[in-house]
Design a protein around this ligand. Structure first.
Ligand code: SAM
Length: 326
């Protein structure tokens, strides 16, 4: 086994695999181009995922996160998880999901080998939640969150992208969920993957430090917890609360220097950096006679193409988060 190290000495150990660009929610920050219903469900097959994982494991990848779009829209998700966990023995196998379809499929996913779930949860108030997701039912999501907790998949991570005048009124309510519940409530800065004019982007942007200040003004000082330096979230705690509060600040405090990630998109492209539209099609490699060997070459090439730091000013992009995979 060799390691996947980029030109700046960063060890790549986390792979995010988007298995579909489609989503049943329509959050404006994620899919401003309305791509959801236009793209195919996802062209990476279970056999492709098997070959990708075989290569990834050879290169020392330790954690896999299946995402999308909404990964639960792919019926084959349990098979993919099974391959990652039980065939290749990946240490940490997770999904990122809006959890609307999670409750009834959770048992199958756990049997397949799922270790953890990250859940998008942009509001604690049912009406705000429904408005942001364009029809999402918070009750369904809560039931799934409770089922994940009951099943012992720890820690339950809830992610909220905060946008001014859209859900900044939810900051305290979301943070307060960690008072009684052992969840990680993570606030993510809104990134400019939105292809909209920069004026509206900046109008909606809220810096992580302002979210933190608001929480501290209400609940007292947050104490920093030890966190893996390559993890995007910095974690804190209100004294004596059960859970933690995290901040993911890619815009105001870019963490490219500690990046350990690479992405595979649902149309079979390796994307070395989230914020750089430099992708490598791996379709030919996956269809070749020796797909695993060919994929190892593709991973090495993609690692070589990782940039030191992603673009941080607003640009028009052919893809937004829903089709890249968050
Ligand atoms: N459908 C799943 C979900 O809702 O979690 C997985 C896909 S979604 C693209 C994954 C993550 O990307 C979510 O946590 C979402 O909040 C985040 N995300 C999407 N667009 C974003 C943006 N413009 N800025 C910051 N985070 C974003």
């Amino acid at each position: 086994m060799s390691a996947l190290i980029d030109s700046y000495g960063r060890l790549i150990k986390d792979l995010r695999i988007s298995i579909t660009p489609r989503c049943n929610y329509k959050c404006s920050y994620c899919d401003p181009l309305g791509i959801i219903q236009k793209d195919p469900i996802g062209t990476v097959s279970v056999a492709d995922i098997d070959n990708v994982l075989a290569a990834a494991v050879e290169l020392g990848i330790e954690s896999i996160r299946f995402t999308g779009g909404e990964p639960l829209l792919r019926q084959e998700l349990p098979e993919m998880i099974h391959i990652a966990k039980q065939v290749y023995g990946i240490k940490d196998v997770a999904i990122t999901s809006n959890a609307s379809l999670l409750k009834r499929r959770l048992a199958d996913l756990i049997t397949a080998g799922l270790d953890r779930v990250n859940i998008s949860f942009d509001a604690a108030d049912p009406e705000v939640f429904s408005r942001i997701t364009k029809g999402g039912n918070i009750k369904q999501v809560w039931q799934a969150i409770e089922a994940v907790q009951a099943a012992g998949l720890q820690p339950v991570k809830l992610n909220a992208v905060i946008m001014k005048d859209i859900n900044d009124s939810e900051i305290l309510g979301l943070a307060e969920l960690s008072r009684e519940l052992p969840y990680h409530i993570r606030f993510i800065e809104y990134m400019h993957l939105n292809n909209s004019d920069s004026e509206s982007y900046f109008k909606n942007f809220v810096a992580g430090k302002d979210i933190k200040a608001k929480i501290e003004a209400e609940f007292g000082e947050l104490t920093a917890l030890d966190t893996d330096p390559s993890a995007p979230a910095r974690l804190f705690k209100v004294a004596n609360w059960a859970g933690a509060i995290g901040f993911i600040n890619p815009v105001s405090e870019p963490f490219c220097g500690a990046c350990s990630r690479m992405r595979l998109t649902s149309d079979a492209k390796l994307r070395p950096c989230l914020l750089t539209d430099r992708e490598i099609s791996v379709r030919e490699a996956l269809d070749s006679e020796k797909p695993v060997e060919a994929m190892i070459e593709m991973f090495l090439l993609a690692a070589h193409r990782k940039v030191k730091s992603g673009i941080t000013s607003p640009v028009d992009r052919p893809r937004t988060m829903v089709s890249i995979g968050g």
